[in-house]
Design a binder for this molecule. Structure first.
Ligand SMILES: Nc1ncnc2c1ncn2[C@@H]1O[C@H](COP(=O)(O)OP(=O)(O)O)[C@@H](O)[C@H]1O
Ligand SMILES: CC(=O)OP(=O)(O)O
Ligand SMILES: [Mg+2]
Length: 401
């Protein structure tokens, strides 16, 4: 931010965060010197991929929405636009920050979007088809309707720029690496926020061997050392790693070949299966939402199997990342499931008892900041993420105002 006295004292920054099951938005008021963590107004359209989308304004509760089922993201973006316009009552937005999930090999810092940048980002749609098209749809519409409004892309992949080469590489023939195929890692705005807030709250401990479990509709783990990403479960695309709401996570590549060669599924059919029909939804046949699955678990073998595999994959990958870190000092739960689902945190931590993890049940139930007991070998904490603030912060560093 510049300090020219002719400029208005605050700037209004809107953030759009297109996730796989929700679109979140937030309006931040930035002064010349500070950006409060709490937005002046925020909300989300939730359950976009489900049957009952809801509108939730901060503190206003939820209400059901009717979205065009053929174009739910498109309809949700329109809903947000209408409500934000009404709420602003003529006040101008100074910049819009977009969470863009994939920045590829070219974008590692917040970037002002023009037609060339947009074209580059469109090329990455195949690597994040649940996210990239919707963020880019909003960007393209705004570039056209308000070309003078600065739009800034803030990348999920950027925080993982510190990954060592051994974590970036895919075990494919060398020329693929030379041609740019690599593991990127995602949920970087969330992990970036964690690197800030964990250092504030837990000081030196957070600088040690930390695993952050970002478990929402999409899910990944990040192993951090000295608050930097050293390993992560999502890789080249947002399909890798943990089992998710509708995504398979890590899968034997032989299974993909089999589906195509023997079952004769087309590329599109396999892609649809892996992104939209797998994970919790695919195994349970009921829902991608852990709340619903926990309610229907008793007496439903498929729901039980879905939840068992979901927890197993998290436990397995925490074990793998602990090995990479050479031990574990802190385990952090965040995002929709991580912040709100005490039952699943309990199941995960019980399976991790061999690491010396002990939970304080009452603290876990009330989603306290620290949920491990005093004698736990690893500090276990719950920390609400704030991807939107990191995106807005990126905008304030661009000297636009
Ligand atoms: N209050 C809650 N209690 C329990 N689970 C929740 C709650 N809110 C969200 N979740 C879970 O989190 C998931 C959404 O997480 P979120 O991080 O918002 O996902 P995304 O950003 O990928 O859309 C939901 O599918 C649901 O399972
Ligand atoms: C990258 C990703 O899966 O994001 P989300 O969890 O918001 O869907
Ligand atoms: Mg998300």
């Amino acid at each position: 931010m510049t300090d020219q006295s002719t400029q208005s004292t605050t700037a209004l920054i809107m953030v759009l965060n297109c996730g796989s099951s929700s679109i979140k938005f937030a309006l931040f008021e930035a002064s010349q010197t500070s950006l409060p963590r709490k937005p002046v107004w925020s909300g989300k359209v939730d359950g976009i991929t489900g049957t009952n989308p809801t509108w939730d304004e901060t503190g206003a509760g939820t209400c059901a929405l009717t979205l065009d089922p053929q174009l739910p993201y498109h309809a949700a973006l329109g809903e947000i636009r209408t409500r934000v316009t009404a709420r602003l009552a003529g006040r101008k937005i100074d910049a819009i920050a977009h969470r863009v999930v994939h920045g590829g090999n070219k974008y590692f810092a917040p970037t002002r979007i023009n037609a060339d940048v947009l074209a580059d980002l469109k090329n990455l749609i195949p690597l994040a088809p649940l996210h990239q098209p919707f963020a880019l749809e909003a960007i393209a519409a705004l570039l056209e309707s308000q070309p003078e409004l600065p739009q800034i892309a803030c990348f999920d992949t950027a925080f993982h720029h510190t990954l060592p080469i051994v974590e970036q590489m895919l075990p494919l023939p060398w020329e693929n690496w030379e041609q740019g195929m690599r593991r990127y890692g995602f949920h970087g705005l969330s992990y970036n926020y964690m690197s800030v807030v964990l250092a504030e709250r837990y000081g030196e401990l957070a600088r040690g061997r930390t695993i952050v479990a970002h478990i929402g509709s999409g899910a990944s783990l990040c192993a951090m050392q000295n608050l930097q990403s050293v390993a992560t479960t999502m890789g080249f695309s947002a399909l890798d790693g943990l089992m998710m709401g509708t995504r398979c996570g890590t899968l034997d590549p032989g299974a993909v070949l089999y589906l195509m060669e023997i079952r004769k599924l087309s590329l599109e059919q396999v892609g649809h299966m892996l992104y939209h029909e797998s994970g919790l939804l695919g195994i349970s046949g009921v829902s991608a939402d852990t709340r619903i699955l926990l309610q229907q678990e008793a007496g439903n073998a498929r729901v039980q199997a879905a939840l068992q595999l979901y927890v197993r994959r998290i436990v397995r990958e925490i074990g793998a990342l602990t090995a990479v870190l050479g031990g574990l000092d802190m385990l952090v739960f965040t995002a929709g499931v991580g912040e709100h689902n005490a039952e699943l945190r309990q199941r995960i931590c019980t399976a991790l008892g061999y690491l010396g993890i002990r939970l304080e049940s009452a603290d876990n139930e009330r989603h306290a900041a620290v949920i491990s007991s005093d004698d736990s070998g690893v500090k276990v904490v719950v920390e609400p993420t704030n991807e939107e603030w990191i995106a807005a912060l990126g905008v304030t560093k661009m000297e636009l105002f």
